[in-house]
Write a new protein. Structure first.
Length: 87
């Protein structure tokens, strides 16, 4: 039995379904927020968000479209299972 946790990776794709970015973790390093992942399938790197930039990051996330998406995502997943999307 494998004792390691399965690593969760979020893939960000373009309009053709090609991977543009893979995010493997989001965390904290001192006073900075960290995002670990890779761009365009290249080597893994750690990106940082400075504390001064974090309110802008939250503002990008907390808009009407994203909040609506959060509430509808379970229905979207169910719909895609019935009718898979082709790019």
């Amino acid at each position: 039995m494998n004792n390691e946790k399965e690593k969760t990776i979020v893939n960000v794709i373009n309009d053709r379904g090609a991977s543009m970015m893979s995010i493997s973790s989001i965390g904290r390093d001192g006073d900075k927020m960290t995002i670990v992942g890779s761009l365009l399938g290249a080597w893994e790197s750690t990106m940082y968000i400075e504390p001064e930039e974090f309110p802008k990051f939250i503002k990008l996330l907390l808009n009407r479209e994203v909040i609506g998406y959060i509430f509808s995502v379970l229905f979207l997943i169910r719909k895609r299972k019935k009718h898979p999307v082709e790019y």
